[in-house]
Design a protein around this ligand. Sequence first.
Ligand SMILES: Cc1cc2nc3c(=O)[nH]c(=O)nc-3n(C[C@H](O)[C@H](O)[C@H](O)COP(=O)(O)OP(=O)(O)OC[C@H]3O[C@@H](n4cnc5c(N)ncnc54)[C@H](O)[C@@H]3O)c2cc1C
Length: 453
Amino acid sequence: MPEVFDVIIVGGGITGTSLMYMLSRFTGVKSILLLEKYDKIAPLNSNSRSNSQTLHFGDIETNYSLEKIRKVNRVSTLTLKYCMALPERFRNSTIQECQTMVLAVGKEESEQISKIYDSGIREIFPTMRLLNKNEINELEPNVVAGRDPSEQITGLTSGHGYMVDFGKLSETFVEDATKNDKVEIKVVFNHKVIDTKKTDDYYTVRTDKGEEFKGRFIDFSTGTYSLYFAKKMGLEQNLSILNIGGGFYNSRRVLKGKVYRFQHSGIPFAAIHADPDINDPNVTRFGPTVKVPLSLEKGKRGTFMDYVKSFDFDLDTLKSLKNIFFEKNIRKIIRQNFVYDIPGVGKRSFMKHEVNKIIPTLRINELKFAPEMGGIRPQIIDERTKKFAVGDDKIKGEGLTFNITPSPGASACLGNALVDAMDISKYLNLDFGSEGFTRSFGIEPEKIYSSYD
Ligand SMILES: Cc1cc2nc3c(=O)[nH]c(=O)nc-3n(C[C@H](O)[C@H](O)[C@H](O)COP(=O)(O)OP(=O)(O)OC[C@H]3O[C@@H](n4cnc5c(N)ncnc54)[C@H](O)[C@@H]3O)c2cc1C
């Protein structure tokens, strides 16, 4: 084991493992250490039971700007290319094709979705089409069956979609990274990083086991914890995160593919949707619900203080929160989801306002809450605009990067990894293998990098 690693990655979710792959495959980095506080790869949000398993291209995100759609489409295509090149025995359990559509329910949503269709999205997705009730019926009969005939519904689909087990994909990245015998790779589980200090030209990372590891560059791919670490190291005073927890309900399989409800602009997370589970062909999942947990990890109340520290409360934080909670659509979502939690009436209300909007004939006794499913999305608040930022972000310091990764962070993993790998190469005075990257992914890395500016 080297005395000083070139790179230490903290966090073994999809962000950390995809970076490990990118560094090993396309840079001259000689040694990488990955530190994960649990006993396996992808234990938290990247695990398939925590997220919606959707490879997001921007075609079902009615809340994204065209610029954001272009970026998401470009980086998620990297993930698709990587998955499709996997050997068959891994490929089928990691990625599966599945039809995907957005569903607008009612006149107002239908009008808005038609506007989106005419807004330039077809330049990005030439196969995009609007679906009337009969066409929706052909793709997903249960969406139309039993619906009030006077209720207007409109669909939007680009005709292709994929579900991904992002946990398995994370494991594959680690396996692929270790194939390069010119790079020394070490993965250490059950070590929680508690402190990082700069000493001369490297950092010393201390874990809860009392061990110390040295690294020239430290990449925090710690999901909901990344902003906490950045603030602890004196970086980034203009961001906060509002953690949005999401849970799921299960029913028997009632859909062929993924059906996302229309999402209003200004709301950074996807609306409730229904979809198959890549690991269980017999169920349809409904979710994620919207909760505002006061913790950094699902069910871990002990992380409350770390969450408070990542806020770093000041007047701008308070003004941002006030601005966000006063936004009509956000207030409505939070109010509705508060009701969904009330014993007895909650499930009935969720059924009426969410589930039956997608599948009108599903009955309450066919829907079961899945307590083991769900995770936390660290939604970024930009205290300069006092609004939610859409998507992920990274904070950069000298020899440091912190990745904050709400949805679609899993889809965008290779874009994030590329940017970090190029930054790390520059910092360590190493070449980045642009030609090899372009050969593998069919796009020049600089084009991806510049879209992150
Ligand atoms: C309900 C829900 C639905 C979603 N749906 C989708 C979707 O359909 N498509 C999509 O692309 N994205 C989706 N996302 C977002 C996606 O799951 C995340 O963007 C992604 O998993 C983030 O990966 P990550 O590796 O950055 O974080 P994580 O998977 O959370 O990994 C962070 C890792 O860091 C480790 N760690 C933290 N602190 C320390 C420490 N001190 N020391 C050592 N290790 C530490 C943790 O144990 C963990 O393993 C969804 C998220 C949720 C919650």
